[in-house]
Each structure stands twice: as C-alpha cells, then as structure tokens.
Design a protein around this ligand. Structure first.
Ligand code: F3S
Length: 399
C-alpha cells in the first residue's frame, strides 16, 4: 500500500503513540481489502460509545488512545451513548453505569471529538456533501450518507472510525471507489408507501430477500414517488439492519440514481410481503405495552413537533422515551415542544436510545415505529414488540 510521507511518519510513531496505533489499524485494514492508498476524510462518526457495549476493555482502549496523545484531525462526532448525559437519573440508569459512561465520553472529549451522541449526525451539523470521502460507523447513518447525501463511506467499526478521526485518513477501497457504487438489482416497490413504519417494512423485505444473494447487491429502487427525510432515515436503518446494506439508489430521489440505468436483475416487492413484515414485528397480542419508544434513528425536529401536537393536554400512561440528539432537543426546548411533551409525562432520552441503554429485561412489550428498534429490542433487550405508525405509537402511550 502506497503511503504519503506524512502517513509514513504517522506509522513510524513520529506523531505520537495513539496516531501510530491508528495508522497501524488503517494500514492493516487497507492491506486486507487491497487498498492501494489512503484517502483524506473530512468527517467521522464513531460507534462503540455506550458503556453497555464497550465494557471495561473498550474503555481501557479509549483511555490509552487519549493518553497516547490522540487528537481528532477532522470533524468527528459520536454514536448514541448508554444514557442521557444530563438526565440519566430520570431514566432509571444506575449510578455506577453513569460513572463509567462519563469516563467514556471524557476519553473522547480529551481526543477532541465533538461529544454529540447521535446516530443522525446529518441532523446536527456533521453533514458531508456529495462525493465527499468520510468514515462513519453507525450502519443507518452510513446508508443515509452514501445513499441520500451521495457521500462515500464504508461501514466502519468503532476502532477504524476512531483511527480515521486521529489520522484524517481512510483506506481507498469499497464504497469509496466508483466501480463499487453501481447498482446491480432493480427493486420495484408497490406505489403509495407512507410513513416511517411502512418504509421500515420496505427495508425489512428488501433486506430479507437480499439474503438469498451470494454477494450483497446494491438496490436500484423504483416505484417510490416521494419520501420525506424521516421516511428515508427509517428505510436506511432497516435496510442496513435486515440486509446489511450500506448503499442503495432510488430513482428520482437519491443523487446518484440518474447516472445509472435500471439493472437487468429484478426483485419485486409485493403489498403482501410488506404486510407480512409488519405482522412479524407485532409479537404481543395478549400482553400490554409497557414501554413506548420513538426515535430510532434519532428524531428530527419535525417529528418532535408532531409528538408535541399529539400529546398537547394529554397524559401518558406508559414509560415513553423520545430519543434524539442533544442539539435537536435544544431546538425543541426553544420551540416550547419540550415543555408540552414533558407536561404529558413523556421523557426525553437525548444522547441515547432504547437499544444502547442498559435496559435489558426492564420492560415486557415495546411499541415503536422502527423496524430496526424491533430487531434489537427483541434480540438484545428481550422485549416483545408492537410495530405501528408514528401517530399510532404516540396514541399507544396515552391509551
Ligand atoms: Fe440510532 Fe439506536 Fe436506532 S443508535 S439507529 S436509535 S438503535
């Protein structure tokens, strides 16, 4: 692999211990994937932030990198942490967990990482533009950046994303290269899809059907006339979760789609398949919902405004978490949405989410509009799930 003199110096340790380690990680990755050189990146998003996932070994690695002089060379933000960094007590997070989570965030802060903890960095100022090379780790955000923004990122792991932040580089392979961004599967959807849960179901069905392919296809989706930012972020999350997709093109909507003609191989998605997907996530006919969560991926300000309208003058009867990025929560504060929402008894869970918070086994049945949240809440947190439209989920909280 060809390195520039500066990259070679990083590898030799001339820029400090942590930068050396970071360049070693990237050079190893580049060699494994056959990259010929490094690319400069302009934006990084780092996963592996919740202490629930990291544990002591992960915290130790971060502390060593911070003590080894690691400093971010480009804009870098974080994936959700295991708790609301200000409001963890109200959410029932244990004090010993909170202390460890604070040590994790402190290690990132010492490395000059912007400690905004969100899976929607594109809603909070970490917004790459078309064609920009970036190194993001959160799967739904990677899919959004590649597909919707037309930026270029592989699906990084926590250590490789941190390494990219500390060096400002990523190996040139995978989705950074033109030839790997060509669609090779025409996907036809039913007309008239509406709402985050329907787009989540679409991602599930495409993802399920992609399992049958030897190498992961890049979908070229046709049949969607219009989609909101929120519907697209939902689709990205579920397609990344159920199909491992990091890129798709959507005719008339995503920026690279017009460069290509429809691939010959065809996948048809039927209404019946979408209904089956929705049905599969509705696992609790008998038991009562005891946990309601919206914000997977993290909510936009428009979605929070909608919740405020639906909750105005009402009282919630269940634990209801509204998960979003701290800067978006601050917008909600200024607009008065927070006051309306909190007056109903619903709780903001900024910086975190229902999947990465340490709430395994704490609830029995969770209602949500997110196919991704259902996948992980059922798997990691052992909840049953109820999967409904956004508005129906809010109504579930007050019923
Ligand atoms: Fe984000 Fe947590 Fe969902 S990180 S995409 S809200 S699982």
């Amino acid at each position: 692999m060809q390195l520039t003199p500066e990259e070679q110096e990083m590898l030799e340790g001339k820029h400090g211990r942590a930068t050396k380690k970071a360049m070693q990680i990237l050079a190893t990755l580049g060699t494994i994937y056959g990259a010929e050189r490094m690319l400069p990146v302009t934006s990084v998003q780092i996963a592996g932030v919740s202490y629930d996932n990291l544990g002591e070994a992960g915290l130790q690695f971060l502390t060593e990198m911070a003590e080894g002089g690691g400093r971010a060379r480009v804009l870098a933000t974080l994936n959700p942490a295991g708790m609301d960094m200000e409001n963890w007590l109200t959410l029932g997070i244990p004090a010993d967990f909170a202390e460890n989570q604070e040590r994790v965030i402190d290690a990132f802060a010492r490395m000059g990482v912007v400690t905004t903890c969100t899976c929607t960095p594109y809603l909070t100022g970490n917004v790459p533009h078309y064609g920009e090379h970036i190194a993001w780790a959160e799967s739904s955000a990677v899919c959004y950046a590649n597909s919707i923004l037309g930026a270029r990122s592989n699906r990084e792991g926590g250590p490789s994303a941190l390494a990219a932040a500390l060096t400002g580089r990523t190996p040139a392979y995978g989705l950074h290269l033109d030839e790997n961004r060509r669609p090779n599967l025409s996907v036809y959807t039913p007309a008239g899809l509406r709402g985050t849960h329907e787009f989540g179901a679409l991602g599930m069905v495409i993802g399920w059907k992609m399992e049958g392919y030897e190498s992961k296809p890049i979908p070229y989706i046709q049949g969607v006339e219009w989609a909101s930012l929120e519907e697209l972020k939902s689709l990205c999350a579920s397609l990344a979760t159920y199909g491992g997709a990091a890129l798709f093109h959507m005719v008339g909507i995503t920026p690279e789609a017009a460069q290509f003609s429809p691939p010959e191989e065809v996948m048809n998605i039927t209404q019946a398949e979408l209904e089956r997907a929705v049905h599969s996530l509705n696992q609790s006919a008998a038991e009562e919902v005891d946990f309601v969560s919206l914000g997977c991926p993290h909510l936009s300000i428009q979605e929070i405004a909608r919740i405020a309208r639906l909750l105005e003058g009402k009282q919630v009867t269940k634990e209801f978490w509204i998960t979003t990025a701290r800067p978006v929560k601050q917008m909600a504060d200024r607009a008065g949405y927070t006051q309306t929402i909190e007056a109903s008894g619903a709780k903001f869970a900024a910086d975190t989410c229902c999947v990465v918070a340490p709430i395994r086994g704490r609830f029995k049945v969770m209602a949500t509009d997110s196919a991704k949240a259902c996948y992980y809440a059922a798997g990691k947190n052992k909840f049953k799930t109820v999967f409904k439209s956004f508005d129906e989920v809010v109504l579930e909280a007050i019923s």
